[in-house]
Design a protein around this ligand. Structure first.
Ligand code: SF4
Ligand code: SF4
Length: 311
């Protein structure tokens, strides 16, 4: 492979991050790969996936539209997941790096480790994004939140290019003042209170910061990761005593929906129920949390510029 030796890392970094933003990412940064090597568990370190990796680029795209947050609970699981857009940008960035700089790059698979089961990813995109400084862990099961853009979906690219890492966020926007107030009164923040299976709990210290986050992943998964229900339904059907019971198990309305989701490849099989994020003031009320807020932000900025021009 021909290697270009005259690459300016600062120029390369700007070019790659600009590409991500131009293609629709709201934020992008470079994670400190040495820190990820230290923090990620064995088998899930960048070097376990690709020892040649020298840098990890992480990007985030906007989550739900403002309208999507207003639909009924039974439909919310189908709406708004924009991770595919993030993955598309990451694919493109990997191609850009190889084509523009002659250095190898890979789109980091967001998928589950085939040897470790359906709840263990090859790599933690969350850790990449957190260390790249584009999200901070919340009390809602460690979902990353951003003070300006709220709730996002993330994707990562590994590359042989050596890029200067960005620092993690210095301040965590979670919990907000209103969340702390509710916690002081009731012992729960909004995400904890409105989780339908009560799988979130935790503690907030005197200063109003996160002291402890507890997340019952199994309870959340039972509610939201419905692909895990499929083998159970099939096992029950196989064990059924007679034809009628088997038909009932396979074709009752709730189970038929599983076949529907499988046949259309629905993200509703492996998403969240989103109720924790629907009530989260950062997820849906941050200054640029949805396209309408981003539109208003642009209009205000344009009005400010016009005012400046006329002075
Ligand atoms: S996705 Fe649903 S079940 Fe899971 S933590 Fe959020 S509110 Fe609870
Ligand atoms: S509702 Fe949002 S900001 Fe408030 S504690 Fe939960 S995750 Fe944090």
């Amino acid at each position: 492979m021909a290697v270009k030796n005259d690459i300016d890392p600062a120029v390369a970094k700007k070019s790659i991050l600009d590409y991500c933003l131009k293609k629709g990412a709201l934020v992008a940064g470079v994670a400190d790969i040495k820190a990820i090597e230290r923090i990620a568990p064995e088998g899930h370190r960048p070097s376990d996936m690709w020892p040649r990796a020298k840098s990890i680029i992480s990007l985030g795209v906007g989550g739900q539209t403002q309208g999507a947050w207003q639909i009924p609970a039974k439909a919310l699981g189908y709406f708004g997941s924009t991770e595919v857009r993030a993955y598309t940008i990451a694919y493109g960035a990997a191609f850009l790096i190889e084509n523009k700089f002659g250095k190898r790059a890979i789109y980091c698979p967001p998928d589950m480790d085939t040897e470790a089961g359906p709840r263990v990813p090859f790599q933690s995109l969350k850790l990449h994004a957190e260390l790249a400084g584009i999200g901070a862990r919340s009390l809602a099961g460690d979902i990353l939140l951003h003070p300006e853009y709220g709730y996002m979906y993330f994707a990562s690219i590994f590359t042989e290019l050596e890029l200067e890492p960005d620092p993690p966020m210095q301040e965590n926007p979670c919990p907000t003042t209103s969340c702390v107030d509710l916690f002081r009164k009731t012992g729960q923040t909004p995400c904890m209170k409105f989780c339908p299976v009560q799988c979130l709990s935790g503690d907030i210290n005197e200063a109003g910061n996160q002291a402890e986050m507890r997340y019952d992943m199994a309870a959340c998964a039972e509610m939201t990761q419905q692909f895990e229900a499929v083998p159970g339904v099939l096992a029950d059907a196989i064990r059924a005593e007679d034809e009628e019971e088997r038909e009932d198990l396979l074709f009752d309305a709730e189970n038929k929906i599983l076949w529907y989701k499988l046949s259309v490849g629905s993200g509703g099989l492996l998403g969240q129920c989103f109720e924790c994020m629907r009530v989260c003031p950062i997820a849906n009320q941050s200054p640029q949390a949805d396209p309408i807020r981003r539109y208003e932000h642009r209009m205000e900025a344009a009005a400010g510029d016009a005012e400046g021009d006329s002075i």
